[in-house]
Design a protein around this ligand. Structure first.
Ligand code: HXC
Length: 511
């Protein structure tokens, strides 16, 4: 008996060493943790239950049958808890064949994907790998296909999160691309379909891995990644924070955490947030942080399309998704990037029953050939579509401008907004006074006095919340200091909202 126990210990110890101490040291020297170290930091202490530690590849080509087979085959898989809630996890082990994906390696991942879906819990993938196991050829490609198919089926059922912590190239990029969120570690991770060498050969461009697919590129230009973190430790701790915001599945309620923040907390400083000059910017994040529980706001896509803010916060300990125009950037205008960014976020929230709170200060859609040629109509329609199809509780607060089509798009009453509020500073109109007067009173354009008079008249009549409130498009106009209380109470009132769209196979959102 003792002998068998010793064998087990030895085999376990061997498997835990992955590709060996030399490769582990190399990993550390690059500022990266190993797969198991990462899992230990991600999950609650001692909660990890590993599966398939002894799995080996079955490849016989290119001398692979003669080479030492490494137990685990380049990926560590299993489940554990984050603050007591179950999550499934797989972590690529770069010390074993560069974390590359073989048929056996893929089967380990699909086993975990199947369990996560069947048991309705989030799945987190930690990526650090060199793509398909080159020696395995088509068997590796098939393995990727199996992983991808499961990503698709699980989409909208359980949260799927990818954290890129090293190379992520070739076949490895498409699974993360189909998950809900992608996060990266700055400097040590990169994602691309084809690497710098192939790029040089095909397009003759000279580019580094960081320039082609580092966090600096994907969190800003491409918007592939939702945020970059300084190192492994910070990234893993932030994943724990994110999971605390998310329901375990689309049939679960949002998690409810104890909060010390009073629901009816007033914030008098909000009464002076809006500058006297309506063309002056202010920081919408200040409003968000001042109204959510304990100022805890988890922002998504912070560095991309900064003219709109999206992220998770809580009221009364329960998660909400927040969408807000940011007057500090491009006056908070909606452009293609901002529309796509917010649409994706709104759809995530709706898929997972997370109520949406929208703060509006939007002067309209961004004019120009660049936007129109870039498909602004279709991208803007994405956000319109996303808000319109969402059946979760929707609460909207217009703080200042809500002009034109952008008024409707930003979760207006007409898109089944449940509770639509406005501050007294709100201006709900087809457009700003100058533009409006120049069109309606074109004949008077030369007469400065007349134009000034007309402008004043337009401002008084239309640049307020009251025309909309008179029609019931705005349910109530209230002072800014009470925003937290109003939103929290509306959320409580809507807690058991029931609304269903008619049955369909799926919709046809303008992609
Ligand atoms: C097998 C691999 C491997 C791979 C790396 N290794 N990638 N083994 N298949 N794809 C092994 C190396 O042989 C090496 O083994 C160890 O992992 C570490 O690799 P290094 O090259 O020493 O590390 P580094 O210098 O950090 O470079 C990392 C890397 C590079 C940039 C990822 O290894 C690389 O370019 N790999 C190949 C990437 C690639 O072309 N993959 C296939 C993509 S095609 P030893 O024993 O020396 O430690 C694809 C299509 C799928 O994925 C499509 C599906 C739809």
């Amino acid at each position: 008996m003792k002998h068998i126990l010793e064998i087990l210990s030895e085999r376990r110890e061997g498997a835990r060493l992955g590709g060996g101490q030399k490769r582990i040291d190399a990993q550390h020297n690059r500022g990266k943790l190993t797969a198991r170290e990462r899992i230990d930091l991600l999950l609650d202490h001692n909660s990890f239950e590993e599966f398939d530690m002894f799995v080996q590849h079955r490849c016989v080509d290119f001398g692979m049958d003669k080479d030492e087979k490494i137990p685990g085959d380049g990926v560590v898989t299993g489940w554990g808890t984050i603050n007591g809630r179950i999550v499934y996890v797989f972590a690529k082990d770069f010390t074993v064949f560069g974390g590359s994906l073989s048929e056996a390696h893929a089967a380990k991942i699909t086993k975990i994907q199947d369990m996560a879906l069947q048991n309705r819990a989030p799945i987190i993938g930690l990526f650090d790998a060199g793509g398909a196991r080159i020696q395995e050829g088509v068997a590796a490609l098939g393995g990727y296909g199996e992983v991808f198919q499961r990503n698709v089926i699980a989409s909208g059922v359980i949260p799927q999160i990818s954290l890129i912590m090293g190379p992520c190239a070739g076949g490895d990029v498409y699974s993360p691309a189909m998950t809900d969120f992608i996060f990266m570690v700055k400097e040590t991770s990169y994602m691309f379909v084809t690497g710098p060498d192939v790029v040089k050969t095909v397009t003759n461009e000279t580019v580094t891995a960081e320039e082609l697919g580092g966090a600096s590129v994907h969190t800003t230009k491409s918007s592939i990644a939702d945020k970059g973190y300084d190192n492994d430790l910070e990234a893993l701790l932030q994943m724990r924070r994110l999971i605390d915001f998310l329901p375990s599945s689309n049939t679960d309620e949002v998690p409810e955490w104890p909060t010390f923040d009073q629901d009816d907390r007033y914030d008098m400083s909000l009464n002076t947030l809006i500058p006297d000059n309506p063309n002056k910017p202010y920081d919408m994040k200040e409003l968000i942080v001042k109204v959510v529980d304990e100022g805890d706001f988890f922002e998504i896509q912070e560095a991309h399309a900064k003219n709109i803010i999206v992220g998770f916060g809580r009221f009364d300990g329960r998660t909400v998704g927040i969408v807000a125009n940011q007057p500090l950037v491009l006056a908070g205008v909606l452009d293609s990037d901002a529309s796509r960014k917010a649409a994706r976020f709104v759809r995530f929230c709706d898929a997972f029953n997370i109520p949406i709170v929208t703060f509006v200060d939007v002067p309209g859609f961004l004019p120009g050939t660049a936007q129109e040629y870039g498909g602004l109509i279709k991208h803007g329609a994405k956000l319109l579509f996303a808000f319109g199809e969402a059946t979760v509780p929707k609460i909207t607060v217009i703080t200042r401008k809500a002009f034109g089509g952008a008024y409707v798009v930003m979760a207006a009453k007409h898109l089944r907004g449940d509770v639509n509020y406005a501050w007294p500073t709100a201006q709900i109109a087809v457009m700003g006074a100058k533009g409006a007067v120049e069109i309606i009173f074109r004949a008077d354009i030369g007469d400065k006095e007349k134009i000034a008079e007309r402008t004043k008249e337009y401002e008084t009549r239309f640049l307020s919340p009251f025309v909309a409130a008179e029609r019931g498009y705005i349910d109530e106009v209230f002072q800014p200091f009470g925003t937290r209380k109003r939103v929290a109470r509306a959320l409580a009132m809507l807690r058991h909202k029931e609304l269903e769209n008619p049955w369909k196979k799926h919709d046809n959102i303008p992609l």
